[in-house]
Design a protein around this ligand. Structure first.
Ligand code: TXA
Ligand code: MG
Length: 326
């Protein structure tokens, strides 16, 4: 990161925050935007130039489509075609950490580049007050991937955005640590079934309770992964990651969950995702803790077993990817 070229960071509660961010976005510039899930790198979704800047800033393979953030379910309906069941989930969980992939409406002004040329569009109505204020002030749909460089640990604080993207982002809004700390859950309807393309901040069980039916997990389709962004090398810290570890081996730092099952030796670098075994707290801390252990120079990180229930599904998904390395 080049210190000299850091973008301005303004607090989310600054009176002119939304106006400044909206002004940047209307000029085709990029804003580091807090949401309830993670920080987004937001730009005008109707401008292919702004969308191209997002891909360039992230160093992202251009076949990876972006989520389009809008102000309400009604506006989402102007960009995509919702089946009755997807509409039901949208009404129930929006605003919130749910992304819904639907066929794009031909009249939607969203740039084809934001969809990476696909016939479908990923839509989300965020709940975070700062994100909502900026969408409203800009009067535009915002394309916003997570504000980290492609393949790296997701940004959950303004400082992570500045560190990863530097001058490639024009303004960063600081709202502190992201409340959820995990990306949104991504779903679609495929051959009449609701399918989860990416585990995320909204547990699958919560959606199943509303639908009254099971939601399947997406596998890999005949044309590659169903959610193109689910590259296996996502979320990789520099350090090697070993999962399901009840105790660290020599030379490893330790990322705990719940009470430690061993007595730590002097000099062991250890952090805990949640001393009280709370999955919500663990999700909120996950990416920040991985970054902290990386920053302390750990060459290997052993991670405690995490239950796979509720939010644990998404946490284990991200950890499994982190363990595959860069
Ligand atoms: O919480 C979040 O979702 C954050 C915040 C900023 O909203 N955004 C985010 O975006 O995580 P990104 O670009 O890192 O992840 C987008 C995910 C990828 O897995 C991508 O493949 C999937 O959504 N996606 C987007 N459009 C799609 C489409 N048309 N079909 C299938 N998957 C799609
Ligand atoms: Mg991402």
């Amino acid at each position: 990161m080049n210190q000299a070229s850091l973008p301005p960071i303004i607090p989310a509660d600054a009176p002119d925050m939304a106006a400044r961010a909206a002004d940047m976005i209307r000029k085709g510039r990029l804003v580091g935007l807090p949401t309830e899930t993670v920080y987004g790198l937001a730009g005008d979704a109707t401008s292919s130039l702004a969308v191209a800047r997002i891909y360039a800033a992230k160093g992202r393979p251009s076949f990876n489509p972006l989520i389009v953030h809008v102000e309400s379910p009604d506006v989402a309906g102007m960009h995509g075609l919702f089946s009755a069941r997807l509409e039901q989930l949208a009404q129930h969980f929006w605003p919130g950490p749910l992304t819904i992939v639907v066929p794009a409406r031909p009249e939607s002004p969203v740039a084809e580049l934001a969809r990476a040329g696909l016939g479908t569009i990923a839509l989300r109505v965020p709940a975070h007050a700062a994100a909502r204020a900026v969408i409203k002030a800009a009067g535009l749909p915002l394309a916003a991937p997570s504000a980290n460089r492609s393949g790296q640990v997701t940004a959950t604080r303004a400082a992570h955005v500045a560190h990863d993207l530097g001058a490639a982002v024009d303004l960063i809004i600081d709202a502190g640590a992201s409340p959820a700390g995990l990306e949104s859950t991504v779903i679609a309807e495929i051959e009449g079934k609701i399918v989860q393309l990416r585990a995320g901040a909204l547990p699958r069980t919560a959606m199943e309770a509303v639908l009254g039916e099971a939601i399947a997990l997406a596998g890999v389709g005949k044309d590659g992964p169903l959610a193109p962004g689910m590259l296996t090398k996502h979320y990789a810290p520099r350090a090697r990651v070993r999962l399901g570890a009840r105790r660290p081996q020599a030379g490893e730092a330790y990322l705990g969950f719940g009470p430690l099952a061993f007595v730590p030796e002097d000099g062991l670098v250890t952090l805990n995702l949640s001393e009280r075994s709370d999955l919500t707290e663990a999700a909120a801390r996950l990416f920040h803790h991985l970054r902290l252990l990386d920053d302390q120079g750990a060459s290997a990180i052993a991670v405690a077993p995490i239950p796979a229930t509720g939010l644990g599904e998404a946490i284990n998904d991200r950890l499994a990817r982190a363990a595959l390395g860069r």
